[in-house]
Design a protein around this ligand. Structure first.
Ligand code: BGC
Length: 761
C-alpha cells in the first residue's frame, strides 16, 4: 500500500515528482471519454520508466497466442485493444537542451486530476543542464462533448533567461504494446500528411485492418497574441508526421502552446473518408478554441455528476475514493455505442487487453442500471446477444453440441481469447453471468419482454451448455460438475465448486421460467425462437428440470456452511491475519503450487453466490459462511472486497464493511495490490459504487419496489446518492439524524425504507 496522493474531495493530487510512482500515476491520472483514452504520460520527452498508452475504443489486434504447452481448444489469438498513435506528443528544446523530467532538476511538481472538470493538469519548475529554469503548466482533456477530440494547453515561462525554443508537435503511429507476445508492432502506415501547422497520420492495424486517423493542429501564443515564429520545419518519417517550430522565449513571459487533436477510427467512418473527416473535426475544434472546448466538456461532466455523484461528509479519503471510481467508469463507458464494452483496465493500461470479461455483467451492469438510462444496460445485454453465435461456436470447439452456448472468459468479438486451461476451459461460471445479468436487468427495470426479444435465445444456449457439462454421479446419486475453477482462481480443477453448481442449477430453473413466460405472453415469438434454436421442448426441459432438482451442493453440516469445493476441508485452515506482511500479495510472493494448496481465497466465491442469491438463505446461514470464508480471503482480485462490504453491511459488521470499502474505493489510489501501474481496476469500480448503494444504503429491488435499509459508517457524518429507477431519479441521504429520501424527477412512487412504506411525490 502506498499513500503518496493527497486527499481532496474532487481532485487527485500528486505533489513532488518521484519517478518510482510515475507509472502508477500514469494509470491513476488517466483521462478518457468513452471513445478514446489516454494514460497520464508526459506530453514532452521522458526517458525514465513509462508505459505509454493512447487507446481508441473498439480498435484491437489479435495477437498470436503464446503458451507453454498447446492444448486443444485454446484460442489462436488474444485480442488486444491497442496502444494507438500518440496524439499528445509535444517535445520542447531550449537552446541545446531537451526538457526531460528524467534528466532535469524538478521543483514544485504538482499533478492534478480534476474529476469535476475532467481535466489532467501538471505544473513544475525544471532546471536544465545549463542552469536555465523554466516553469511549465500543462492541462489536457479528452472531450466528453466531442468524442474524437483531445486538447492540450501547454504553458512555458522562462524564469532566468531568454533564448530560442524549439517545440516539436507531432502525431506518432510508431508505437508498441508492452504486452505484445512476439515484440511485433501492430500498426502500418497508410497515409500521412504534414504542412506548416498541421500533421495527419492514418495507420492501419495488421490483420484486423482497422484504420485510425490522428490529426493535429496547434497555436502558439504569448499574451493572447500569436508568437513570432522564426522557423517551421516539417518532419516526416515512417508513421510519423509533425512540425518543429522555433521561436524566442523571453524571461518571465508565458508562452502558451495549444495542441488540438482529432482521433477518428474506421469503426465510425468509411476508410476513404477518414482524412477528410478528421480535418473537419479538427477545424471545428480549432475554431471553437481551447477555452470554449473546455467549457463544453465541463458542462457534460457537470450533468454527469448531477446524476451519479455520491457525497460523503466527514471522510475526505472515502469521498475522494468513490468519486475517483465513478469518474473512471464514466470516462470509460458512456453507453452510446452498443458495440463497445468495458475492459477491466478501461483506457488506463494494457493488462487484460481491454477486452470484455464477466466483470461487465456481474459488476458494471448494476452500476449502469442505476446511474444511466435503461438503454445503456440493455445495450450491454444486447452486446452478448450479438455474440451468441460465437458462444455456440466456442462450445462446439470444446465438444459441446446442439447449440450449447459457452460464453468466453475474455473476448473482443465473441470469440474466446483466454488461453490458460484452468480459466479458458474450467472457469465455466462466467457463461451464466449473462443469465444473471438478464435477471438483474428485469428485476430493476421491469422490462420482462426483453426475454422474448433477445433473452430466451441466449438462455436456451446457456442451459444446453450446463445440461452437457454436468454428469451423473451414481456414488452421490446427484448431478456433479467436475474439473472447474470457481471465481476464486487460487484453486483450479476442483470438483463441485459450490458457486458453479448453484449458478448452473439456477440458470436451468431461470430458463424454464423464461420459457413459460415467453410461451404465455408471446406465443408466436416463442414458436420462432423454438424453430430457430431447434428446441426439443419436452425432452430438453425434462432433463433441465431433473438436473436442477438433483444438483449436488457440497456442504459441511457440522459447521453449517457451503463448501467452496469437495476437498476444501482437507486444506489446512488458516487466517489471512496470520500471514506475514512480506508474503502479500500472495500472487507475487508465493509459488503457484503453494497458492493452490493453501486455503487462501483470491476473491469472493461461496460469498459471491450468497451475494447474488441472498434471498435464498437465512441470516444465520449467511453469517456462518461469511465468518468462515472472510478470514481466509486475501482480496487479491479487485472484484472481491465490494462483495464482502455488501454482505458485512447486511450482517451489521459495520467497521469491517467500512475497512473493506476503503480497500475497494482506494484500491488504485493507494495501490493496495501493488499492480496499479498496469492500469486501474475499472470494472471493480462499479463494485465500489455497489458497496455504498447496496452495502451501506442497503438498496434492493423486491417485487418491483425499491427498498433501502441504510446504515452510516462511524467515520462519516452523512452520505447521499442518487439512483435512476423506472423513469424516476431518487435521492437518498443518510445522516446521523436518519434517512431522507426525495423524488427529484418522475412520477410519484412508493418505496420501502427500513421496512416501512414511504410515498415519494
Ligand atoms: C479475476 C477475474 C476477473 C479478471 C478481470 C481476475 O484477477 O480473478 O474474476 O474477471 O481479473 O478483472
Amino acid at each position: 500500500m502506498k499513500e503518496f496522493l493527497k486527499h481532496h474531495p474532487w481532485q487527485i493530487i500528486e505533489e513532488g515528482f518521484d519517478p518510482h510512482y510515475h507509472t502508477i500515476s500514469e494509470s491513476v491520472f488517466s483521462i478518457g471519454n468513452g471513445q478514446m483514452g489516454q494514460r497520464a504520460n508526459f506530453e514532452e520527452t521522458y526517458t525514465g520508466e513509462t508505459l505509454r498508452g493512447s487507446y481508441v475504443a473498439g480498435v484491437y489486434y489479435p495477437d498470436k497466442t503464446r503458451v507453454g504447452w498447446w492444448k486443444n481448444g485454446y484460442p489462436e489469438y488474444f485480442a488486444k485493444v491497442l496502444n494507438a498513435p500518440n496524439w499528445i506528443g509535444l517535445d520542447l528544446r531550449v537552446g541545446k537542451h531537451v526538457l526531460d523530467l528524467a534528466v532535469c532538476k524538478i521543483e514544485d511538481f504538482r499533478r492534478v486530476l480534476d474529476m469535476q472538470a475532467g481535466t489532467l493538469s501538471r505544473s513544475f519548475v525544471a532546471t536544465l543542464a545549463d542552469g536555465k529554469k523554466l516553469r511549465v503548466s500543462a492541462q489536457r482533456f479528452c472531450s466528453m462533448a466531442r468524442g474524437e477530440v483531445g486538447a492540450i494547453r501547454y504553458a512555458v515561462t522562462p524564469l532566468n533567461f531568454s533564448d530560442q525554443a524549439t517545440v516539436s508537435l507531432f502525431v506518432d503511429a510508431d508505437v508498441v504494446n508492452k504486452d505484445s507476445n512476439y515484440d511485433e508492432k501492430f500498426w502500418e502506415e497508410v497515409y500521412k500528411e504534414a504542412s506548416a501547422g498541421c500533421a495527419i497520420v492514418t495507420a492501419q492495424t495488421k490483420k484486423t485492418f482497422f484504420h485510425v486517423t490522428t490529426a493535429m493542429r496547434y497555436a502558439i501564443t504569448a499574451g493572447g497574441q500569436p508568437v513570432r515564429i522564426d522557423r517551421t520545419d516539417i518532419v516526416e518519417r515512417e508513421k510519423f508526421a509533425g512540425n518543429e517550430v522555433t521561436f524566442n522565449i523571453e524571461q518571465d513571459q508565458e508562452v502558451v502552446i495549444y495542441k488540438y487533436a482529432a482521433v477518428l477510427s474506421s469503426e465510425n467512418h468509411a476508410k476513404d473518408k477518414l482524412v477528410a473527416a478528421s480535418k473537419e473535426v479538427l477545424d471545428g475544434a480549432v475554431r471553437t478554441g481551447y477555452d470554449a472546448l473546455l467549457e463544453e466538456h465541463k458542462a457534460v461532466w457537470k450533468h454527469t455528476w448531477e446524476v451519479c455523484d455520491i457525497t460523503i461528509e466527514g471522510d475526505v479519503a472515502a469521498q475522494q475514493g468513490i468519486r475517483f471510481n465513478i469518474f473512471q467508469l464514466m470516462q470509460t463507458y458512456t453507453g452510446k455505442d452498443e458495440r463497445l464494452n468495458i475492459g477491466p483496465k478501461g483506457f488506463t493500461g494494457e493488462k487484460y487487453g481491454g477486452v470484455t470479461y464477466w466483470d461487465t455483467e456481474a459488476y458494471c451492469l448494476p452500476f449502469f442500471l442505476s446511474t444511466a438510462e435503461p438503454t445503456v444496460a440493455r445495450n450491454l445485454l444486447i452486446y452478448r446477444y450479438k455474440h451468441l453465435p460465437k458462444a455456440i461456436e466456442n462450445a462446439r470447439k470444446l465438444g459441446f453440441t446442439r447449440g450449447a452456448a459457452f460464453y468466453p472468459f475474455v473476448t473482443m468479438n465473441g470469440e474466446e481469447c483466454h488461453n490458460e486451461w484452468e480459466i479458458t476451459f474450467e472457469e465455466i461460471h462466467r457463461t451464466s453471468a449473462m443469465a444473471y445479468a438478464m435477471r438483474d436487468y428485469i428485476v430493476y427495470t421491469g422490462d420482462k419482454a426483453y426475454l422474448a426479444e433477445y433473452g430466451l435465445e441466449v438462455l436456451i444456449g446457456i442451459a444446453r451448455f450446463w445440461a452437457q457439462r454436468v454428469n451423473w454421479s451414481s456414488e452421490k446419486n446427484k448431478f456433479v460438475i467436475l474439473g472447474v475453477t470457481g471465481p476464486n482462481e487460487y484453486e483450479n480443477n476442483v470438483n463441485n465448486n459450490w458457486y458453479t453448481n448453484y449458478l448452473g442449477a439456477w440458470t436451468l430453473r431461470f430458463t424454464l421460467e423464461a420459457i413459460d413466460y415467453v410461451k404465455g405472453a408471446f406465443a408466436s415469438r416463442f414458436g420462432e425462437i423454438a424453430g430457430r434454436t431447434q428446441f426439443q421442448e419436452a425432452e430438453e426441459t425434462t432433463r433441465w428440470r431433473e438436473i436442477a432438482e438433483k444438483m449436488y451442493y457440497p456442504e459441511d453440516s457440522r459447521r453449517g456452511i457451503f463448501l467452496q469445493q469437495d476437498g476444501f476441508l482437507d486444506k489446512e485452515i488458516r487466517r489471512v491475519s496470520d500471514l506475514r506482511a512480506e508474503d502479500r500479495p500472495l500472487n507475487q510472493k508465493w509459488s503457484w503450487d503453494r497458492i493452490l494448496r493453501s486455503c487462501f481465497i483470491k476473491q469472493a466465491d461461496v460469498l459471491q453466490g450468497i451475494f447474488l442469491f441472498e434471498d435464498d438463505f437465512d441470516m444465520e446461514t449467511i453469517r456462518r459462511n461469511y465468518d468462515f470464508y472472510e478470514p481466509m480471503t486475501v482480496h487479491e482480485s479487485s472484484l472481491s472486497p465490494c462483495v464482502h462490504v455488501i454482505l458485512a453491511s447486511k450482517l451489521g459488521y459495520k467497521s469491517m464493511a467500512y475497512d473493506l470499502y476503503l480497500r475497494t474505493a482506494r484500491l488504485d489510489l493507494d495501490d493496495y495490490n501493488n499492480d496499479t501501474e498496469d492500469g486501474c481496476h475499472i470494472t471493480s469500480m462499479a463494485g465500489t459504487w455497489m458497496s455504498v448503494v447496496k452495502g451501506f444504503g442497503g438498496m434492493r429491488v423486491k417485487q418491483d419496489t425499491l427498498h433501502f435499509t441504510p446504515f452510516i459508517p462511524d467515520q462519516w457524518t452523512s452520505y447521499s446518492f442518487r439512483v435512476e429507477f423506472r423513469g424516476r431519479v431518487l435521492k437518498v441521504k443518510v445522516s446521523r439524524d436518519g434517512v431522507e429520501t426525495r423524488l427529484e424527477s418522475g412520477a410519484a412512487l412508493e418505496i420501502m425504507v427500513n421496512g416501512a412504506a414511504v410515498s415519494l411525490k
